[in-house]
Write a protein that binds this ligand. Structure first.
Ligand code: ASP
Length: 311
């Protein structure tokens, strides 16, 4: 049966209102993804193309806009999954490339593995001649120095981040514009992906939910597609993406499934997050526990809808 294609994308959950540039970029990224679907491209292609547009913009905390960790290095995480055969690929702590989402897809398609990390992941991506990332901008370095100063000596960082994490509101630690997308194609297949530079005050080597299948991302044609944003340390402990997908598979609607699981995230681990959820029949939901979430959707009628608050 031919499906009416649809794409949803996000630019992170948090407290800050989205900028005009971010709104425009997200709308354009949705157009890119939808046009691909309309031409008959797979949901996987559309998700990758949409996330690449966001990574290339420098306006979000992903790809060339990624934040620096406390040692000044820019380590990025990304994952992608398709719902037909449940294939998935991911990279964590990858450095120096503009499109971690494409590196994640290469892990899925060119290796027997799901997740590559660190320097070997970077070397793997270089073998495929992925576009190199420009060095961090002055503003990115300055922001990292401010964070670094607030923590002091390297050896004190572990203790201090713990202290800071418990005093800061979660949305002040993340809320830095991770990106993600979910899509349904004409053949009825779905896919999900996400890409991030992480959160504020990250110890070197910290990895969040984004590259962990079942936590930050999940896609199953028999359940649905989910792409998360929020405090990875909380999302991982509930395996939020899989928890939502399991509820969809049991027949719960996208909005009821995401509402129940985000409520559990808040009550069990005091977490906060936002989610894109798409069922294989095209029903969808966007929901967040944070004050704002930059996100949008487009099914081809009118213009793409982009907002920073969803009920
Ligand atoms: N989930 C991301 C992480 O924990 C951050 C975010 O979505 O803002 O790395």
């Amino acid at each position: 049966m031919t499906r009416h294609p649809i794409i949803l994308a996000h630019g992170g959950a948090g407290t800050r209102p989205m900028t005009g540039d971010q709104r425009e970029c997200l709308a354009n990224a949705l157009q890119t993804g939808y046009q691909a679907l309309k031409r008959g491209a797979s949901a996987l292609d559309a998700v990758e193309a949409t996330i690449r547009a966001l990574e290339a913009s420098g306006l979000f905390n992903a790809g060339i806009g990624s934040k620096l960790q406390l040692d000044g290095a820019r380590r990025m995480d990304a994952s992608i999954m398709e719902g037909r055969r449940l294939r998935a690929g991911a990279v964590a702590s990858i450095q120096g490339i503009s499109h971690p989402i494409t590196a994640a897809r290469l892990v899925m398609e060119e290796t027997a593995h799901v997740l590559l990390v660190g320097e070997p992941a970077t070397r793997f991506a270089r073998r495929f001649k992925l576009k190199r990332q420009p060095p961090p901008t002055h503003a990115q370095r300055a922001a990292s120095r401010v964070e670094h100063k607030s923590l002091g000596q390297l050896e004190l960082q572990a203790a201090k981040t713990l202290e800071l994490f418990s005093t800061l509101k979660h949305a002040e630690v993340f809320g830095r514009e991770t990106v993600g997308a979910v899509a349904l194609d004409k053949s009825g297949h779905i896919a999900a992906g996400a890409s991030t530079g992480g959160i504020a005050l990250m110890l070197p080597g910290r990895v969040g939910d984004t590259p962990l299948i079942g936590c930050g991302v999940y896609a199953d044609d028999e359940a649905g597609a989910v792409s998360m944003t929020g405090l990875g340390e909380s999302i991982i402990r509930i395996a939020v993406a899989k928890e939502i997908a399991d509820r969809l598979e049991a027949g719960t609607s996208p909005s009821a499934a995401v509402r129940t699981v985000l409520r559990k995230l808040m009550s069990r681990v005091k977490g906060s997050a936002g989610a894109l959820v798409l069922a294989p029949d095209g029903r969808w939901a966007i929901r967040h526990t944070t004050p704002r979430m930059t996100a949008g959707y487009w099914g081809g009628t009118g213009e793409p809808v982009v907002k920073d608050r969803f009920a």
